[in-house]
Design a protein around this ligand. Sequence first.
Ligand SMILES: C[S@@+](CC[C@H](N)C(=O)[O-])C[C@H]1O[C@@H](n2cnc3c(N)ncnc32)[C@H](O)[C@@H]1O
Length: 187
Amino acid sequence: MKVPESGMPEEAYWESLFDIPLILDRLKIDHSVEHVAELGCGYGTFTLPVARRIQGILFTFDIEPAMIAHTLSRAENEGVRNINAALRDVLATGFGLESGCCDAVLLFNILHFPKPEDLIRKAADVLRPAGRVLAIHWRSDIATPRGPPMHLRPKPSDAERWANAAGLTVTVMTELPPWHFGVALAK
Ligand SMILES: C[S@@+](CC[C@H](N)C(=O)[O-])C[C@H]1O[C@@H](n2cnc3c(N)ncnc32)[C@H](O)[C@@H]1O
């Protein structure tokens, strides 16, 4: 199932809405991280910057063939070689990766659908013992220039509840100016 309200505006505008280095710094995505899985590459907005920072492979998935093609073409043009992008409905079929293979799973701008505990459990399954589920989303306590309807957006307290239901704990809860918040969930 494609997450409702998960379309995006034009690429350059979308990418003007994030301070990507700040987000990656605050979520500690750096060279100490090996393999990463990502649900929803979209335009590759985070895929390419994350792939440049990590040591391993970035396994990214999207339900839209055009998004996979676009991200792979960007990676090719920019000489980023550690991205493995595949067409997949992750909500329906999970990540299709070996249990315990990743240091991080990225759930960026996607957790606005009912009952995401099952997805968070699937993400937790592919994590190494010290791995982290990293999620960001549009804040619902301030007006933002984009994002799904306010009533669909997860709040930090929702993320904590879902994490606990999936056997994870919140280790980082942070604002990601100008419009987002982020959480890191660990086993
Ligand atoms: C709002 S965009 C966010 C893209 C990227 N994570 C970002 O923050 O720039 C959500 C992306 O998830 C994809 N998507 C939605 N439902 C999906 C599903 N069930 N499985 C895989 N990808 C999905 C959409 O096609 C879209 O590219």
